[in-house]
Design a protein around this ligand. Structure first.
Ligand code: PLI
Length: 461
C-alpha cells in the first residue's frame, strides 16, 4: 500500500462556463504553421489546441468580475468605475496618482516620453521587448544590470531578478547620475524566466540610488507573483500577506506601470501610477493625445470595473499559489523526462532551454523559433520564442543581438487550463525531445522594423 507522502493543493474555484477548443490533425497543423511563416504569433487561434502563447489578456475572469462588467458607467468623463479603480490603485499599489491606459505599453510610452531625454541611459534588470523599445524611441540606451546568474538557465539562484549594484554603480561612474532618469525594475523578470527580485536587493538598490539622487520606476505587471516568491523564499516574509508585501515593494518606487492583462486577470487594461504630482500632471495631459480622456484612458467603464475587482482577487494567497503551483507542476513533470528548462521554475511560465534542447542548431538558425513550431506541429500546443528573434537588432550596429538565453516560453493563462491540459503539453514536449536530432533549423525570410518576433516570417532550411 502506498504511504501518504504529501497533500495536494487544488484551485480555489470551480468551472462555470466552458469554451470548446478544436482538435486538429498533424497534416492540418503542418499546413497552418507553414502558412504562418513558422511564427506562432501568426497562427489563427482556432488552429491552436492548448494556447500557452501568453498569459496576457488570456485569463478567465471570475463571476464577480463579469458581474462588474454589467455595471459599467460608460460616461465619457468621470465614470464611477474610474474612481473605484483609482481607490484600489491607492489601496494595493500605494500610489496616490493614477492614469488608466488601454494596456501596459501605452503606460510605458508615457513613462519613457516624460522621463527620458535624448542621450540618456536606462539601467534595468534585463530588458523587456516593449519596455526597451519605448525607452529607445524616447532616445535612451538600455543597459542590463541584472545579476549574472539570470543569464544562466541552470543557475538555481532563488532571486535571479536581482540587480547587481556593482554593475549599476559602474554605469553611474561612466555616464554620470544626471544621464540616468530612473532605474527600471521589473519583477518577476519575464525574459529571465519569470524570476523574482528579493526585498533585500530592492532595498539595497533603493539606498544606493538615494545617494545618487536617482529614482526607481517599477514594471509591476506581475508584481503579485514577485510578492508570492518573497513570501515563500525570503526570510522574514512568511507571515506577511501578499497585500502587505506588494505594498512594501511599491513603497520603494517613485512610480510604476502595469499591464493589467496579467495579475489583474482581465482581458484588457493598463495602469500608470506615481507619487510624483508633476509627472502625474504630464501623464494626465499626454494620455488625452494617445489614449483618451484621463478618466478612461482607452478603456470602457466596464473594463475598469473588471480591473478594480481583479485587483481584489489577485492578492488572495490561494489564487496566487494555485497559479504558480500549476507552473511548478508542469516543470516537475518536464523534469521527469530530463527536458532542459530555466531553473528555478518561474512565476508565469516554463521557459524551455532551446539551446540545450536543440544543441545541434547554431543560434542564427533560430533554435527557439524552430522548437516552438515543432511543438505546435506535434500537438497543437502554442508557445512563443524568447531568444534571438525577440532580442531584435542593435539599433547602433544593425546586427542581431545574440542573447545568452534562447528560450521557448510556455505561458499559463490564469484560471484557464486543467492539470490534464498540462499533462498533454508535457507529453508532447517529451515526444519532440525524443525526436530532437531530426529537427532542422529555420531561416528568416521577412523582418519587420519594430518588435520583429510578432510578425517575422521564416522558412525551413
Ligand atoms: O502587452 P502590454 O502592452 O499590456 O504590456 C507590455 C508588458 C510590459 N511589461 C511586461 C513585463 C510584460 O510582460 C508586458 C507584456 N507582456 C506580454 C504581452 C507577454 O506575453 O509577456
Amino acid at each position: 500500500m502506498k504511504k501518504l507522502e504529501k497533500r495536494s493543493w487544488a484551485e480555489p474555484f470551480k468551472i462555470k462556463v466552458v469554451e470548446p477548443i478544436k482538435m486538429t490533425s498533424k497534416e492540418h497543423r503542418l499546413e497552418a504553421v507553414k502558412e504562418a511563416g513558422y511564427n506562432t504569433f501568426l497562427l489563427k487561434s482556432e488552429d491552436v489546441y492548448i494556447d500557452l502563447l501568453t498569459d496576457s489578456g488570456t485569463n478567465a475572469m471570475s463571476d464577480y468580475q463579469w458581474a462588474g462588467m454589467m455595471i459599467g458607467d460608460e460616461a465619457y468623463a468621470g465614470s464611477k468605475n474610474f474612481y473605484y479603480l483609482w481607490d484600489n490603485v491607492k489601496k494595493f499599489y500605494g500610489m496616490p496618482y493614477f492614469v488608466p491606459t488601454h494596456q501596459g505599453r501605452a503606460a510605458e510610452h508615457m513613462v519613457s516620453q516624460i522621463l527620458i531625454k535624448k542621450g540618456d541611459y536606462v539601467p534595468g534588470n534585463m530588458y523587456f521587448t516593449t519596455t526597451r523599445l519605448h525607452q529607445e524611441l524616447a532616445g535612451a540606451t538600455f543597459v542590463d544590470v541584472i545579476i549574472d546568474e539570470a543569464h544562466d538557465p541552470g543557475d538555481p539562484h532563488p532571486f535571479k531578478g536581482n540587480v547587481d549594484v556593482n554593475k549599476l554603480d559602474k554605469l553611474v561612474q561612466e555616464v554620470g547620475a544626471d544621464k540616468i532618469p530612473y532605474v527600471c525594475i521589473a519583477g518577476p523578470v519575464n525574459m529571465a524566466g519569470g524570476q523574482p527580485f528579493s526585498m533585500a536587493n530592492l532595498k539595497e538598490v533603493k539606498s544606493y540610488c538615494d545617494t545618487k539622487g536617482i529614482d526607481l520606476w517599477f514594471d509591476a505587471t506581475r508584481a503579485v507573483e514577485n510578492a508570492y516568491f518573497i513570501k515563500t523564499r525570503e526570510e522574514g516574509y512568511a507571515d506577511k500577506t501578499i497585500t502587505e508585501i506588494l505594498f512594501e515593494i511599491c513603497s520603494y518606487f517613485e512610480g510604476l506601470w502595469v499591464s493589467a492583462k496579467k495579475d489583474l486577470m482581465v482581458n484588457i487594461g493598463g495602469i500608470f501610477a506615481t507619487k510624483n504630482k508633476d509627472v502625474f500632471e504630464q501623464a494626465r495631459n499626454l494620455v488625452v493625445v494617445y489614449e483618451g480622456l484621463h478618466t478612461y484612458g482607452g478603456l470602457a467603464g466596464r473594463d475598469m470595473e473588471a480591473m478594480a475587482r481583479g485587483m481584489e482577487e489577485m492578492v488572495q494567497y490561494d489564487n496566487v499559489r494555485a497559479r504558480i503551483g500549476q507552473v511548478e507542476y508542469c516543470g516537475n513533470r518536464l523534469e521527469e523526462f530530463g527536458i532542459p528548462f530555466v531553473k528555478p521554475i518561474g512565476g508565469h511560465a516554463i521557459f524551455l532551454d532551446a539551446k540545450a534542447f536543440l544543441d545541434h542548431l547554431p543560434q542564427d538558425q533560430f533554435p527557439a523559433q524552430t522548437l516552438a513550431a515543432e511543438i505546435y506541429i506535434d500537438s497543437g500546443v502554442r508557445g512563443m520564442e524568447r531568444g534571438i528573434v525577440s532580442a531584435g537588432r542593435d539599433p547602433k550596429t544593425g546586427d542581431h543581438r545574440y542573447p545568452k538565453l534562447e528560450l521557448v516560453r510556455l505561458t499559463f493563462p490564469r484560471r484557464v487550463y486543467t492539470q490534464a491540459h498540462i499533462d498533454v503539453t508535457v507529453e508532447s514536449i517529451a515526444s519532440v525531445y525524443e525526436n530532437r536530432k531530426n529537427i532542422k533549423g529555420l531561416k528568416m525570410v521577412y523582418e519587420p522594423k519594430y518588435l520583429r518576433f510578432f510578425q517575422g516570417r521564416f522558412d525551413r532550411l
